[in-house]
Design a protein around this ligand. Structure first.
Ligand code: ZN
Length: 443
């Protein structure tokens, strides 16, 4: 028997990733997500305190039952990045199992702790620094059974990583991509000139050894988000700033941790002489960013973002006097409070650009249309300009062609059959396995 992979979440859905690797009696969990759509549905049905009772409501598996069923001991948990749909399930770990080490990058670790609040100290977080040469700098996890090499990836939150998992017992190599893309600022400005995207790094490190399994983010095999890059967003925002030359402009992004989108808006504002103000707790993001791996790897992107100003009440008057000088970044949760606090005279005729990287409905629990209608009702002109935080199918295919893994497992998608057909339509010596929930696959 080789190494086994069991998909406990993130199958036939976007988000809720959770996989377990089992090798000779030991289990390692990669991501510990909750199906957000299901969670929200249960909340809408009026089930209360559900976030504290994830296990009882079947939103995450029971770790101890899993250990019993497979005759294993779970040794470690690895979290790929700070988006809630990849880690929220750890809150459902029973108190006696909260000592299992949870490995994640510095930003992810601090971001998760911040979202958890007081409860965070009950868990055993361990930081894994991301670098462009994790093996050379000995920044990886290693025990007698496996080696886990984390590598920074471009996504819509800093310090996201993919993992190369080497099973030493069975001599197998597995790549779990987490969520990633190759069309954001991190790819363009830092990684590409150095040829250091995760697939090139892992391929160089493995030399002639093959990749046995490639568990890949296939979110964008659908028509939900347009085929845009950060440069497209830059173009759109610039055009709208020109069109609304005398008006106040708002940009609504999913969360303030989407620093790459903030970077894009920042670039446009510099060129068009608009002052950026951020509405919300951006100061906390900055504090975490200063100690993140992303800052040490991509300081060119991050440095200008550390000095962005958070809006304060005194400044509101200045904004009302000179709305044409400002662009305000806010989030779906805060925008209405902000709009209500500014004089109606300024708000009417202003421009609001909704610019997200992730699925909007999940963030808010309402549809984009309802959200747009609500903002429009204040007399605001609403536009949308998005770029996905996830890789596009043609680029995913190029990566598969470069890596030539024995088997691809498409996850984080609503349409795995479509992805499978798409991959099989190319001349690659790669099998496609459509993973089923709770099925075990031997690599
Ligand atoms: Zn994500």
């Amino acid at each position: 028997m080789g190494v086994e992979i069991k998909f406990l979440g993130g199958v036939r859905q976007i988000g809720g990733n959770m996989l377990i690797f089992i090798t000779s009696g030991i289990g390692y969990i990669f991501d510990f997500g909750v199906n957000m759509a299901l969670l929200k549905r249960k909340e809408r049905l009026g089930i209360r305190k559900i976030r504290e009772k994830l296990r009882e409501h079947g939103l995450i598996p029971d770790i101890e039952m899993l250990e019993e069923e497979h005759h294993i001991k779970i040794k470690a948990i690895f979290i790929s990045h700070g988006h809630m749909d990849h880690w929220q399930g750890i809150k459902g770990l029973p108190p006696r199992r909260r000592g299992i080490p949870i490995y994640c990058s510095p930003f992810t670790c601090e971001w998760v702790k911040r979202q958890m609040g007081k409860e965070a100290h009950e868990f055993n977080f361990k930081k894994l620094n991301l670098t462009l040469d994790p093996v050379g700098e000995k920044r990886f996890y290693d025990d007698e059974k496996i080696r886990v090499v984390p590598f920074i990836v471009d996504h819509s939150i800093p310090d996201a990583c993919s993992f190369l998992i080497i099973d030493k017992v069975h001599n197998k190599r597995i790549i779990y991509t987490g969520d990633f893309r190759d069309h954001g600022p991190l790819s363009q400005q830092v990684l590409e000139p150095r040829q250091s995207q995760f697939w090139t790094y892992f391929k160089n490190y493995l030399k002639s050894s093959s990749v046995d399994a490639f568990i890949c983010d296939a979110t964008n095999y659908s028509d939900i988000i347009k085929y845009n890059t950060e440069e497209d967003v830059e173009y759109d925002v610039r055009r709208l700033i020109n069109a609304f030359g005398e008006s106040l402009i708002f940009v609504v992004i999913s969360t303030l941790s989407d620093i790459y989108r903030i970077h894009t808006i920042c670039k446009v504002c510099q060129k068009t002489h608009r002052n950026i103000r951020i509405d919300g707790e951006y100061g906390q993001v900055v504090n975490i960013l200063k100690d993140s791996s992303t800052y040490s790897i991509a300081s060119g992107i991050v440095s200008p973002l550390l000095n962005l100003k958070v809006i304060d009440s005194h400044e509101r008057q200045e904004i009302e006097r000179n709305p044409q000088k400002f662009l305000i970044i806010s989030t779906p949760h805060r925008i209405f409070r902000l709009i209500s606090g500014v004089s109606r005279d300024i708000i009417e005729g202003s421009c609001c650009i909704i610019s997200t990287s992730e699925h909007f409905v999940e963030e808010l629990g309402i549809s984009t249309k309802d959200f747009k209608d609500e903002i429009s009702s204040y007399g605001v002109q609403v536009y949308e300009s998005h770029a996905s935080g996830h890789v596009y199918p043609d680029r995913m295919m190029s990566i598969i062609e470069a890596l030539q893994p024995s088997t691809v497992y498409p996850i984080h998608t609503n349409y795995p059959e479509g992805v499978a057909k798409f991959i099989r339509g190319h001349r690659v010596p790669t099998e496609v396995c459509i993973p089923q929930l709770n099925e075990r696959y031997v690599v």
